[in-house]
Design a protein around this ligand. Structure first.
Ligand code: ATP
Ligand code: MG
Length: 652
């Protein structure tokens, strides 16, 4: 007998739903147990004799999928093992790898955003004259246009017409560049992230037999974070809707519009699908009421009707603190001191999360933490697998897998001394013209007869393709000859490469490993390794979705950050910024500490009914005093932190 989860009546109604509707959407606020209800649903299904292999669970990150699988295994043991779980990208790729011909993805290598941008940069370089380069949209911008149009299922020219103010000529040329980018990807056997979803949808929509075979694999499809799915992902769900869909989401937490997320997938759930219904959850189990009060207030200020009022099952607790600092250095210093004090008083480091708007805005705090030796990990910024030396090793693996992988070959060749752009480009040109039967090592041998090391590295990896752990370990040692001169602190970098080899242990073949890590570098990196370590988590709000911690600091809640400068002037983007702040505030379980800093962040008046300060965050401009404990640090006119030396300031 599989033990069930502890669920309240509403959650149980959803998890044990057996009514007449085929498809279910659980629409509910933060911390109301949506993710828990998905797990409860799966346990219920397994208990009621649905074979686990007939269940598909789609999540927003692989980290989330892994955490949920772990919780399922805790309850259901081995019976949960056969479940398919992962992101949309991960799922589509797994399917396409089984039937590559049907999807036209034989021999295709997955490339990450950085590589996609490098490739587009090459194409842009060829199609845009030098004299125009400065004013023409950058590669990253063009890639965003292409990606957004694809994810929203809009033709690129239509997208450019509708959403940009570019002139006709520029639009035409961007379309040409996009076409050429596609050609280039095909020649080099590349798949970028968006192609994974796009080709999957094309494949199943154009081949009904294939579609019904794939859809027939699953009886139940469960989707977490439904509010962040985009139109392309919606089409995937539609194609799978011969299974029963069980989706959970919160429209107030929709924060991925910039990637094409469309919360109509939530709002129109009932009308777009036949025989669908919506259930709600009311009680929040994560936080105490004062934390929810400020989150509720934030949504109430919006012109949109979110129709959310979170009520804490846990009842009263500490009021959130709102702390003003003179500068970001004071702010960082205070947080580091506070963390240290809590730790000295017996709190574990990992009970603390610092939520930041961007990796960049965490830099000052990182400095303060390092200074005091406070252990931390960063989630959501550059991860181990995006570090240059790791990318070099992965490029070596990719080159060994595919002779057509232009970017990987260039990167690998350039690891070696005295090989620059010109030599690398010449060699690569020859490699990608090879027929599949030819051996790329012969080409290298005839071009660089005295550089045996270069061929040897590739041959070594090829030899161990089915033992990725050994391939990576030997590859790292071999590459060390080329790289130890190039990078500083080589010993610690070699340690990273060994770590990579340990991670590869779980994969049956090298391509699977490289692919998994190209798809989702963040969740596989330090975050996974350091999970058991006791350390403070610094995390971007976008990565913190779905997570929680007893004590949360929201850093830099000031204009320019919330709302982000980028969003100003565009009503939809500003509204998305409100939701980002909402996600940040609702991560805290027991204590929420909101900090802000800035030279013009001086309080205008005390004792009024609003926590009002010049340049205060736009969202908190009229924050009622009663919702927070408001304190100032380091203002010579204010409380606390002032120095007697400040008395010298008016000396003339
Ligand atoms: P988010 O919107 O942030 O993704 P969510 O709605 O998915 O949140 P969960 O993460 O599932 O919420 O739950 C929030 C917290 O409340 C978790 O710690 C969870 O274990 C706890 N919780 C949820 N329901 C119950 C319950 N019925 N009994 C006890 N604890 C619960
Ligand atoms: Mg959740």
């Amino acid at each position: 007998m599989i033990p069930t989860m502890n669920l309240n009546d509403e959650q149980q109604n959803a998890a044990h739903y057996d009514g007449s509707a085929r498809h279910l959407l659980v629409l509910a606020g933060a911390g109301t147990g949506k993710t828990r209800t998905i797990i409860g649903r799966i346990l219920y299904l397994i208990q009621h004799k649905v074979p686990a292999e007939r269940i598909l669970m789609l999540t927003f990150t692989r980290r989330a999928a892994k955490e949920m699988l772990l919780r399922l295994q805790n309850h259901a043991g081995k019976s949960a093992d056969q479940l398919t779980a992962g992101t949309f990208h991960h799922f589509c790729l797994q399917v396409m790898r089984r039937v590559p011909k049907a999807f036209k993805v034989e021999d295709r290598t997955v490339i990450d955003r950085d590589d996609a941008q490098s490739l587009l940069q090459l194409v842009r370089g060829e199609l845009v004259k030098k004299s125009e380069k400065r004013d023409f949209p950058k590669a990253v911008t063009i890639l965003n246009y292409i990606s957004y149009a694809k994810n929203c299922c809009i033709e690129l020219p239509d997208y450019l017409q509708q959403f940009t103010e570019l002139d006709d000529n520029t639009m035409q040329r961007i379309t040409d560049i996009a076409q050429q980018y596609d050609v280039r990807k095909q020649q080099r056997r590349y798949l970028d992230y968006d192609d994974i979803l796009h080709l999957f949808v094309q494949g199943i929509e154009s081949n009904l037999k294939l579609r019904s075979r794939i859809a027939g694999l699953y009886q139940h499809v469960l989707v977490d974070e439904m509010q962040d799915t985009n139109p392309l992902q919606w089409r995937i769900l539609q194609a799978l809707s011969s299974a029963k869909l069980f989706c959970v989401g919160d429209d107030a937490q929709s924060i991925f519009a910039f990637r094409g997320a469309d919360f109509r997938n939530v709002h129109e759930f009932e009308t777009r699908l036949q025989n669908a219904t919506i259930l709600k959850l009311q009680q929040n189990y994560r936080s105490t009421q004062p934390i929810l009060d400020i989150a509720n207030w934030l949504l109430e200020q919006s012109d949109l009707q979110y129709d959310k009022h979170l009520v804490a099952h846990r009842g009263r607790g500490l009021k959130p603190r709102l702390l003003d600092f003179e500068s970001k250095f004071d702010e960082a210093d205070w947080i580091a001191t506070d963390l240290q004090l809590r730790h000295e008083n017996g709190a574990a480091w990992h009970h603390h999360k610092v939520l930041v708007r961007s990796a960049w805005s965490a830099k000052t705090l990182e400095g303060a933490l390092i200074d005091r030796g406070i252990p931390y990990r960063f989630v959501g910024g550059t991860s181990l697998l995006e570090a240059a030396h790791v990318k070099d090793l992965l490029a070596m693996c990719r080159a060994a897998i595919s002779a057509y992988d232009e970017l990987a070959w260039i990167r690998y060749l350039k690891c070696w001394p005295k090989i620059g752009d010109v030599t690398a480009a010449k060699l690569v040109q020859q490699l990608i013209e090879l027929s599949p039967a030819d051996n790329p090592l012969e080409v290298i041998k005839s071009n660089l007869p005295k550089r045996e090391d270069i061929q040897h590295g590739i041959a070594l990896i090829q030899q161990y393709r089915s033992e990725p752990q050994i391939a990576i370990k030997l590859g790292a040692e071999h590459l060390s000859k080329a790289l130890s001169q190039r990078y500083d602190r080589w010993d610690s970098r070699l340690g990273d490469l060994r770590l990579l080899s340990d991670l590869a242990n779980r994969y049956k073949d090298l391509q699977g490993f490289v692919e998994a890590y190209t798809l989702d570098p963040v969740s596989n990196s330090e975050a996974e390794q350091a999970e058991q370590d006791d350390c403070v988590t610094l995390i971007t709000v976008h990565s913190a979705k779905g997570t929680e911690a007893p004590v949360c600091y929201c850093l830099g809640v000031q204009p320019g950050m919330y709302p982000h400068l980028r969003s100003l002037g565009d009503a939809d983007s500003e509204e998305e910024e409100r939701r980002i702040l909402y996600v940040a505030l609702t991560r805290a379980q027991d204590e929420l500490i909101i900090t802000r800093s800035g030279d013009d962040n001086r309080t205008l008046f005390h004792g009024g009914s609003f926590v009002h300060s010049v340049g205060s965050s736009y969202f908190f401009e009229y924050l009622p005093v009663k919702l927070v404990e408001h304190e100032h640090f380091g203002f010579h006119s204010g409380h606390g932190g002032g120095s007697v030396l400040d008395e010298l300031l008016d000396f003339e």
